[in-house]
Design a protein around this ligand. Structure first.
Ligand code: JFZ
Length: 701
């Protein structure tokens, strides 16, 4: 519990549980290792294809905007588009070493390049493509952009990722056609297109371009995962490139999230990366006046890192394969700042990882724990110096070993003033040290003993929810601080009658009844940080259903567009009217609670209700995670345990139930309104780590 989750109050219908909602998506594989990716923090996105040669113009008219969307903006016949641009793709000026050195100059640690964008052009020689490099003069020269870039990245120790669009405006096997595309779709088989995607991934990840670290999908919004064949595609991709990081644009959650041209206000629960244009377009545009100022880009990098995210900043090489001078200038300006301040970005974590705020009136906070774990550094990114000249860090509890301005350690010999003021750490900047008008981001490094150094919202040793018998509840106590705790709902106060003070002498409190727990951090006698408040509920296990054997069956309901906006099992599931007749209903074959990957499963406008008996292996508190796109609900023994209802993207909601070992009735309702569809049910309980509820629990052999 903490900054990343919010408590959704216990649901009615007699459910004794509290639910926690998060946007954490399910794990389709063991999460890969993000260490190198987090160390890098900063990468280059390259959008390059036939569109670069067109540069936003068609038949003499500049259409502007995202120039990689020219075909769509201009409603151009896809065949004519290819006929016009393929013969013109001859970017003799492309110099992979120059591109990689520009990325390194900026302090970037990885590059993601478009291998096939929506226009359908494959930037490599493919055995199965209606539009690929082999059809261009560039290939006739024996040139291969991906090969050259992969070699340059290898030489310079830069990691390489491939962007690949599932959407293809040109391939005749891709459906739906663009509205202005007159080609017949008779006899078209989307499965043939999916197979071609698999061929492409085999070619891209099969070794000819060496190690590929990222598979950046896109254009998944017109079909669900089954139609794309995404589960199989990604499984094969991970086989070909072990450790591959896969993003969330394959109509499946993948490994990380990708906010686009936006920076979240707060950290996201999963690894995440903001991708951002440097100007107004992903593909090359001649409108250089739209470039963002370097100060804005540097502050974005610090803002994203303070929230534990990565920054993928885009460049669009032109038709000759060159980065335009303004892009190169921006990369150089960012590099100039990174020369002095890279340690405040690369290898740091967001402030939320030590439960401190990332955002302050003066700027942002990134942190780095020392390898020995005892102490580390805080990096105060000062965007705007307050009138007072004081940079205040609330709750700074640890002993401060040193304070300096990165890159200006010997600044005029003037010491950087630091004082502890009650529970605040205060850095006083000398008058002339920071100019709000010209300083991009001045970084103050505060070296501390003890970790975590900031006492914020107290973090409990056990998440709130149900417990059986009794519970020993502790809190993380930041060195140099204490935690005040009450279990009777009263305000925790220094010296309060029912307030426990956790620190050196006492680390926990016993709970034996349902308790409303409240906690605050105290630093040098001053209460600081947000309050923790949550309820721990004493629960008695629900008895097993005598004589019932584990089983599961499911009912599929197929409706009209817009018919479903709630999960089955609720009254509002499938309203009918003259325009919306009752859904078609039939039994389907299932072995667990997941969507069968069968061709007959509709893509949209359907619902599935699972009913059965689940065999619970041990008595105790069982936690369930129900993740779905769109909505879903879980009942155990007729009581609502998880409410994840409503139209939404992949979203996980957690609930708990006290269960005696043995058979329990289970019902799951799921609906898909449109777009991607996915459903997963996981559990964890005494002796069982978090895992998908196995088919065996429903009686499968
Ligand atoms: C997609 C592409 O269409 C675009 O050309 C570029 O490659 C970008 C990185 O990715 O743009 C999107 C994709 C998804 C959304 C919006 C723009 N979305 O889900 O809102």
């Amino acid at each position: 519990m903490g900054l990343l989750h919010s408590l959704v109050a216990g649901i009615a219908m007699g459910s004794p549980i509290a639910q926690v909602q998060g946007d954490v998506a399910p794990r389709d594989v063991t999460p890969p290792d993000f260490t190198w990716w987090r160390e890098a923090r900063f990468g280059m996105f390259i959008h390059w294809g036939l569109y670069a040669e067109a540069a936003g113009s068609w038949r003499g008219r500049f259409l502007g905007g995202w120039t990689e969307w020219l075909l769509s903006k201009g409603k151009i016949d896809p065949v004519e588009y290819q006929r016009e641009l393929l013969p013109r793709f001859d970017p003799a000026g492309f110099d992979a070493d120059a591109v990689v050195s520009a990325a390194k100059r900026a302090g970037m640690g990885y590059i993601v390049i478009t291998t096939k964008h929506h226009e359908g052009f494959c930037l490599w020689d493919s055995a199965d493509s209606p539009s690929d490099l082999a059809m261009t003069p560039f290939a006739v020269r024996g040139r291969s952009p991906l090969r050259e870039l992969a070699d340059a990245c290898q030489r310079e120790g830069i990691r390489l990722g491939f962007y690949y669009s599932l959407l293809d405006w040109h391939d005749s096997d891709y459906l739906p056609r663009r509205a202005w595309d007159a080609r017949s779709s008779a006899g078209v088989d989307y499965a043939r297109y999916s197979q071609r995607m698999r061929t492409h991934l085999e070619e891209l990840l099969g070794g000819q371009f060496g190690n590929i670290d990222i598979l950046w999908g896109d254009g998944d919004w017109e079909h669900g995962p089954q139609a794309h064949g995404s589960p199989e595609l990604l499984a094969r991709a991970r086989e070909l490139q072990p450790g591959l990081l896969v993003n969330n644009r394959w109509s499946l959650p993948g490994d990380y999230d990708t906010p686009e041209n936006t920076i979240p206000d707060a950290p996201l629960p999963r690894p995440w990366e903001t991708c951002m244009t440097m100007n107004e377009s992903w593909g090359y545009t001649p409108r250089v006046e739209t470039y963002k100022p370097a100060v804005e880009l540097v502050r974005m990098l610090a803002d994203i890192a303070s929230k534990d995210g990565n920054f993928l900043l885009n460049v669009g090489p032109d038709g000759d394969g060159r980065l335009d001078p303004v892009a190169l200038e921006r990369l150089d300006q960012i590099g100039g700042w990174m020369d002095l301040n890279a340690e405040s970005i690369r290898g740091t974590r967001g402030a939320g990882t030590i439960h401190a705020p990332a955002v302050y009136s003066w700027g942002r906070l990134t942190v780095r724990q020392s390898p020995d774990g005892d102490g580390g550094s805080l990096y105060l990114h000062v965007f705007e110096k307050p009138e007072s000249g004081e940079i205040v860090v609330p709750g700074l509890a640890a002993e401060v070993r040193g304070v300096s301005v990165l890159g200006l350690a010997g600044i005029g010999g003037e010491p950087i003033g630091f004082t502890q003021r009650g529970s605040d750490g205060v850095v006083a900047l000398p008058a002339g040290m920071h100019n709000n008008a010209t300083s991009m981001d001045m970084v103050i490094k505060v070296e501390v003993a003890g970790w975590p150094p900031i006492a914020g919202e107290p973090r409990p040793s056990v998440d709130a929810g149900l417990f059986e018998g009794s519970l020993v509840l502790g809190f993380d106590v930041a060195p140099g601080s204490e935690v005040l705790v009450t279990a009777d709902g009263s305000e925790p106060r220094v010296g309060g009658l029912t307030t426990h003070t956790l620190g050196e002498s006492q680390q926990s409190i016993p709970l034996t009844v349902t308790s409303r727990v409240r906690a605050r951090s105290v630093v040098r006698g001053v209460v600081t940080g947000e309050e923790f408040a949550d309820t721990y509920t004493l629960a008695t296990p629900w008895p097993a259903v005598a004589g019932a054997s584990p089983r599961i069956q499911a009912t599929l309901m197929e409706g009209a567009p817009g018919q479903f906006s709630h999960a089955p099992g609720t009254l509002a599931c499938a309203p009918t009217s003259a325009s919306m007749p009752a859904p078609l209903v039939r039994a389907i074959d299932v072995h667990d609670v997941s969507l069968p990957i069968e061709s007959w499963l509709p893509e949209d406008n359907f619902a599935v209700q699972f009913d059965g008996i689940v065999d619970v292996p041990a008595t105790g508190i069982w936690t369930f995670w129900l993740t779905s796109d769109d909505g879903s609900m879980l009942w155990i023994d007729g009581k609502l345990v998880v409410d994840n209802d409503g139209p939404h993207g992949a979203k996980e909601v957690r609930g708990q139930a006290p269960l005696a070992a043995g058979a329990h009735a289970i019902r799951v309702g799921f609906f898909e309104g449109g777009g991607a569809a996915m459903l997963s049910l996981e559990w964890a309980g005494p002796g069982s780590d978090r895992a998908t509820v196995p088919a065996a629990a429903f009686g499968a052999p």
